[in-house]
Design a protein. Structure first.
Length: 363
């Protein structure tokens, strides 16, 4: 459920005028239904085998999977045709680095890795020597692959829709497309932000590991510290600073403090507003800053202004909830900030984005 705001009003009152909302819904339901159908086959087989002891019939299960997959391919082909016809009938301002919806659907719905895996699973199930637990496992893996593909497809389609249909009118008037950053989708790990962040951080931490230098990370908006706890646990080289005012949130502060306590002096929590905390640190202090605080447009604009200089040259500035329909202020503040920094005649900066609304750029 979207909070009150412009996006909620547009989606409720002007849905028919939004070119790609129906396409997003159709794509989501298609992949979701296919993943659920595969999972249903796995659950049905597991129940029959491990509860009732009837483990025969794997060949029939393989045939059922093949039929489910044929139906999925047919629905995906229809979805792709729908996307292609929309593209032909309406030219939308797709921006540098973004795939158009048809290309995004083709990439994820017809991913060769998933298609090959589905074929090998169906063929393997026809082998009656396959152990039941193994048969159940490969079906589960296939369902999970499809769910992950759906997550990545939605990430790309949401990027298109928010830029084409949902930008604030003042930004549409103010910004020329030439000033928009290059946007690149990263199809790495899925689908929680701490998985994505770990993948981003790995090569950066590794580059300092050999020199014996600490890797400094700051998070704006720590909340209950689930993300920071995961990152600290994965990378023992990281020294972490977390900023959060915890206004009327004593219980959440206690949770965060408890999670970070086991990391000792590696983890420091600052109960301050973002702007007040920024003055504590010198420019170039951090290798990585992750902004996930107040998501209103003015607050995100302030965070970008006060923290950008605290990232060392070559470090990463990142954040959460880009292209999240519930928080339009994040995208709008970032685009406006980058447009104001744009140097005429240059290609501008590149913003990478990934599942769970994570974004980042190298400074």
């Amino acid at each position: 459920r979207l909070p009150s705001g412009r996006n909620r009003r547009l989606l409720k009152e002007e849905r028919k005028t939004l070119a790609n909302i129906d396409l997003i819904e159709e794509a989501f339901l298609s992949l979701q239904q296919h993943s659920a159908s595969v999972l249903h086959l796995a659950v049905g087989y597991g129940y029959a085998c491990f509860v009732h002891g009837s483990c025969a019939g794997q060949a029939t299960l393989g045939g059922s999977l093949q039929e489910v997959h044929r139906n999925y391919l047919a629905s995906s082909a229809a979805l792709l045709q729908s996307a292609l016809s929309r593209k032909a009938s309406q030219e939308l301002p797709w921006h540098a680095g973004l795939r158009d919806p048809a290309s995004a659907i083709a990439r994820h719905a017809f991913d060769a890795r998933h298609l090959d895996f589905a074929k090998s699973v169906a063929n393997g199930l026809r082998d009656e020597s396959l152990e039941p637990i193994r048969a159940l496992g490969v079906l589960h893996d296939l369902a999970q692959r499809l769910a992950t593909a759906n997550c990545k497809l939605q990430t790309e389609l949401l990027a298109h829709t928010t830029l084409a249909d949902l930008l604030a009118p003042d930004l549409v008037t103010k910004l020329s497309f030439a000033k928009l950053p290059r946007l690149e989708f990263d199809a790495g790990p899925c689908c929680r932000r701490y998985h994505v962040l770990s993948e981003i951080l790995e090569p950066l931490v590794e580059s300092k590991r050999g020199r014996g230098e600490p890797f400094r990370v700051l998070e704006v908006g720590v909340n209950n510290a689930i993300t920071s706890e995961y990152i600290l646990g994965k990378f023992p080289e990281i020294e972490f600073d977390g900023v959060d005012p915890y206004i009327d949130a004593e219980a959440i502060l206690e949770q965060a403090s408890a999670r970070l306590q086991r990391f000792g002096p590696r983890a420091r929590l600052w109960r301050k507003t973002s702007e007040a905390a920024a003055s504590t640190f010198a420019p170039g202090t951090f290798d990585f800053i992750f902004i996930d605080g107040d998501h209103s447009r003015p607050a995100v604009a302030t965070d970008l202004r006060v923290w950008r200089s605290r990232v060392r040259p070559g470090g990463l500035l990142a954040g959460h909830d880009l292209f999240n329909l519930a928080f339009e202020g994040v995208l709008e503040a970032l685009l406006e900030d980058l447009a104001n920094r744009h140097v005429p005649g240059t290609s501008g900066e590149t913003v990478h984005f990934a599942p769970d609304f994570v974004w980042w750029m190298q400074l």
